[in-house]
Design a protein around this ligand. Structure first.
Ligand code: COA
Length: 325
């Protein structure tokens, strides 16, 4: 197994106050609680206030993670923030978080976009940078204000997503067992229009190509299941771990049926999978750190446990990481 010297030292989250239930959504879109719950497992999602930005949510989650790690903002020398909804094209949202929290100027700060796999891309990057010995404490954040990137008339997408942030602090392990054991990132070069935001970048948004999420749900569903199953198997084999040795799987929270399909193919019962998609919907890069924090808070992850993180997203990016808690 790889070195266990870099570990997750603390976790934190933030979710906006406003809860939007399926029933409330059904008042404005042609959908129903029954349809959404049956097809996705989602019951409600959080929606950020108009003035609340991705950086605000990220900073709250990050402050929580820093406190949870028992360090202070002045100890952070690397901030990697995964998002597809940055506050601004520049500066990076990571720089705004640095300012909000008083993280010192010696810190390297940048954003990264790998869509819903963003947090695992950031975790892998932070792991490598910390292992180089040139950084001591990394703040790794996934934060999204997806409510600004939804077509609220498109029932096929608007019911699926929500706003939130999650964060971890990484640094040298404080004991002999805990640490990141492995990480694997990948991308299947499929047609972008499977899952994309057609306009609003260097191609400006137009009525035909708006700045909203569009998706071919059925196709994405199949690829997502295959990708997450493949990456989970690869990581387990590489580290000579059997599925039943995993105490807790933290999958990207996009759809309960996708998680159930992975449970089925890996022959690992659903009680080993942490699920909170019912309360938040898909929060993209915030999904894994949010679930990881809640799993830890609920006692689903204990010292010494093996934890498997798996995600997929637009690109079609996917990835996995194996952590000894
Ligand atoms: N409420 C009611 N009906 C809806 C609906 C909604 N919110 N959204 C779609 N429908 C309708 C469709 O119009 C379709 O109607 P039709 O048969 O008359 O054309 C019907 O429901 C079935 O749609 P379909 O696309 O076959 O449903 P599905 O079982 O594939 O479920 C998803 C749709 C989106 C829930 C599912 O495909 C999915 O979760 N895919 C993966 C998406 C994902 O995870 N994306 C994020 C990646 S990070």
């Amino acid at each position: 197994m790889a070195s266990t010297s870099i570990a997750i030292l603390g976790t934190g989250t933030y979710s906006p106050e406003k809860v939007l239930s399926n029933d409330e959504l059904s008042l404005s879109v042609d959908t129903s609680d029954e349809w959404i719950v049956t097809r996705t497992g989602i019951r409600e999602r959080r929606i950020a206030a108009g003035t609340e930005t991705t950086a605000d949510m990220a900073a709250s989650a990050a402050a929580d993670a820093i406190a949870n790690a028992g360090i202070s903002a002045s100890d952070i020398d690397l901030v990697i923030l995964a998002t597809l909804t940055p506050d601004l094209p520049m500066p990076a949202t990571a720089c705004l978080v640095q300012q909000k929290l008083g993280i010192p100027e010696k810190a390297a700060c940048f954003d990264l976009n790998a869509a819903c796999t963003g947090f695992l891309y950031a975790l892998d990057t932070a792991w490598a940078m910390l292992e180089s010995g040139r950084y001591r404490h990394a703040l790794v954040v996934g934060a999204e204000k997806l409510s600004t990137m939804l077509d609220w008339n498109d029932r096929a997408t608007c019911v699926l997503f929500g706003d939130a942030a999650g964060a971890v602090v990484m640094g040298a392990s404080r004991n002999s067992h805990s640490g990141i054991l492995g990480s694997r990132l990948a991308t299947i070069p499929l047609s972008p229009d499977l899952l994309w935001v057609p306009g609003g970048g260097s191609s400006p948004a137009t009525p035909e190509e708006p700045r909203v999420i569009r998706m071919k749900g059925k196709e994405v569903f199949k690829v997502a299941v295959r990708a997450m199953e493949d990456i989970a198997r690869e990581i387990l084999e590489q580290h000579q771990v059997t599925a039943d040795q995993i105490a807790c799987v933290i999958p990207h929270q996009a759809n309960l049926r996708i998680i159930e399909a992975i449970s089925h193919y890996l022959k690992l019962p659903m009680d080993r999978f942490f699920v909170n998609v019912d309360r938040y919907g898909n929060t993209s890069s915030a999904s894994i750190p949010l679930a990881l924090h809640e799993a830890h808070q609920e006692g689903r992850i204990r010292p010494g446990d093996l934890v498997l993180l798996v995600a997929f997203g637009a690109g079609l990016t996917y990835g996995g990481a194996l952590v000894r808690w």
